[in-house]
Design a protein around this ligand. Structure first.
Ligand SMILES: Cc1cc2nc3c(=O)[nH]c(=O)nc-3n(C[C@H](O)[C@H](O)[C@H](O)COP(=O)(O)OP(=O)(O)OC[C@H]3O[C@@H](n4cnc5c(N)ncnc54)[C@H](O)[C@@H]3O)c2cc1C
Length: 556
């Protein structure tokens, strides 16, 4: 008896993974993959580096070819083949052969949709002028490279300061261009909380990138000399020889919508935990689907390669009768540019508030990525979010030059395992002087948070600093205090605290700060033992500088 017939729309991250997994599970199935592009299984994530000439050989981006699929997996891949319709009743798809300009139908037992997402390209005046690009496919990146080769651009504008925008900023700078990044939000990397994103902004500035925040592009014009003018809402105008639009993507859900499949509120295809759509014979995976956030349980669009690959496997398992379930998406992501790494996993403060989750607390810390005595230690700026009542881990974000992604990966796995801050305290992580410290930043984050959950320390809310009537105590050394302190704070160095305790008010809360938080914690413990109500400003003046960049910090 012939095996089942599985058709897959889209042959890159989700589709290719699903096809290969299907073959491993079912030797008899007939598997056909359709992609409207010239390539399948290519490395979208490598495209910015191909533009930047870091990757020079285009073929390196092609992970698997149709020939490899045929020879190794007995899977038929049809490129330049756009699927333009689904007849659910008849269980057929209509395919347009883009080379031969003809249409035909194919029948299926199971259909998998992995059509990805399309870059946003709003109908702004001048959007179709030459020199304005988006980046999604190998031909897109080739076009940008060709433009660079032909016109030798000096000035580039990147619209959008998300992950792809910042990777493009670095790669265009690498090609010798002066780069301006225009971002509508008031911060770079909008999914992050602002006090971590600010480190990314500082790095861009220090590397010569002009960053325009809180302003949106409205139009493009051509100059007489053949260049472009990029106009913004606030009336600014930037010259550019090349523009890259990186303002996000929308799920390619039209095919599913036309077929009457359920579409979610965010515009993605709705699926169950086995990636099955509202039609039991059709599955959907990747950037085109809405996913449940693992922490907040909200429906979200999370266009990342890891989830697309995992979903492809889950769909293949389900088609083959296995009970594998997709666990949801944590949004674990990393981005590197100009020597800086920014990474995140799980919920942010923003996403928790958006989901109406108020039972959380966050701690800030700024440890070295390895011990201070070994040369080259770099600070990791880390924010950890956890449930206040029991310490369940909710999310983490970090920025720094080294060791960032390792810490976020550890916390990502801890979140998936539903671990707590107490588990991070006890994590046994590898250590030698050039890699970490006996108490790793992950342990530190756990310890600081666990101290709070146990009631050994109470954190003061940074965001209420401007309105508080608390007594502000700074326990750093006088020379540190003199170099810049929170306005209105009083300096009593930690070493003098016990002998000068009478100087502190017993009727008021005392909010304690130091350089990065450690001495403030020690001080809080001393004050608590003397019956005073002390609260720790987590992360110290280092956190204050990013929390209130134009705020109360002033030389005393
Ligand atoms: C420049 C760039 C950098 C990225 N960097 C990272 C990164 O560093 N880390 C990360 O996690 N993620 C990254 N991503 C995101 C990641 O590439 C995507 O999340 C992932 O590729 C999604 O897989 P997918 O299968 O859903 O869609 P895709 O990989 O986009 O594949 C969809 C395919 O379907 C085809 N298709 C669509 N409609 C049809 C149709 N009707 N008929 C036939 N074919 C069709 C498309 O042509 C396309 O080839 C990056 C993306 C880009 C563009």
């Amino acid at each position: 008896m012939a095996g089942k017939r599985v058709l897959i729309v889209g042959g890159v991250a989700g589709g290719a993974t699903c096809a290969a997994r299907l073959r491993r599970l079912d030797e008899d199935a007939e598997i056909l993959v359709f992609d409207r592009g010239h390539y399948v299984s290519f490395a979208n994530c490598g495209l910015p580096y191909y533009v930047g000439d870091v990757i020079q050989d285009e073929t390196k981006l092609l992970i698997a070819t149709p020939t490899l699929f045929r020879d190794r997996f007995n899977i038929e891949v049809r490129t330049c083949s756009e699927v333009v319709g689904i007849d659910r009743e008849a269980q057929t798809i209509t395919v347009r052969d883009l080379d031969k300009e003809r249409e035909y139908t194919e029948g299926y037992d199971s259909l998998v949709l992995s059509p990805g997402a399309a870059p946003l390209r709003p109908a702004w005046p001048g959007i179709d002028l030459p020199g304005i690009f988006t980046l999604r496919t190998v031909p897109d990146s080739r076009e940008i490279r060709n433009w660079i080769g032909a016109t030798n651009p000096r000035k580039a504008v990147v619209v959008g300061a998300g992950f792809i925008g910042l990777e493009m900023a670095e790669n265009l700078a690498h090609r010798g261009m002066s780069v301006t990044v225009v971002e509508m939000a008031n911060q770079v990397m909008p999914p992050l909380d602002p006090e971590i994103a600010v480190y990314a902004a500082q790095q861009l500035g220090s590397k010569g990138v002009t960053l325009v925040l809180g302003d949106g592009v409205t139009a493009f014009e051509q100059t007489g000399a053949g260049g472009l003018i990029v106009r913004t809402q606030k009336g600014a105008a930037f010259e550019a020889d090349l523009v890259v639009l990186a303002i996000g993507v929308r799920p390619e859900a039209q095919l599913a919508k036309d077929a009457g499949l359920e579409i979610g509120e965010r515009g993605g295809i709705r699926v169950d935990s086995q990636m099955r759509t509202s039609d039991p014979r059709i599955w959907a995976v990747g950037d085109a689907v809405e996913v449940k956030n693992y922490v907040t349980c909200e429906w979200e669009l999370v266009p990342l390669a890891g989830p697309a690959n995992r979903q492809g496997r889950v769909a293949a398992d389900a088609i083959c009768g296995r009970d594998t379930k997709f666990r949801g998406v944590q949004g674990t992501a990393v981005c590197g540019f100009f020597g800086m790494t920014v990474a995140m996993t799980g919920a942010t403060e923003k996403s928790l508030l958006r989901a109406g989750i108020g039972d959380f607390e966050c701690v800030y810390l700024h440890p070295g990525h390895h011990v201070g005595y070994y040369p080259g230690a770099q600070a990791i700026h880390l924010k950890l979010l956890y449930r206040k009542t029991d310490g369940l881990l909710l999310g983490a974000q970090a920025a720094g030059e080294k060791g960032v992604e390792r810490r976020i990966d550890v916390i990502a796995q801890a979140i998936q395992a539903k671990s707590t801050v107490f588990d991070l305290e006890e994590s046994e992580l590898c250590y030698a002087p050039q890699y970490g410290s006996g108490r790793d930043p992950v342990n530190f984050a756990g310890m600081i948070a666990a101290n709070a959950v146990r009631g050994d320390v109470e954190f003061a809310p940074w965001r209420e600093l401007d309105s508080t009537s608390a007594f502000l105590l700074d326990v750093r050394e006088p020379e540190e205090f003199a170099a810049g302190a929170i306005a209105g704070s009083v300096n009593i160095p930690l070493g003098q605290l016990r002998s000068r305790i009478a100087e502190l008010p017993s009727s008021k809360e005392i909010w304690v700060t130091c350089g990065v938080g450690q001495r403030a914690y020690y001080a809080c413990r001393i004050l608590a033992r003397h019956g005073l109500h002390a609260r720790d400003l987590s992360g110290g003046v280092q956190t204050y500088r990013v929390m209130y960049p134009h705020g109360r910090l002033q030389p005393s």
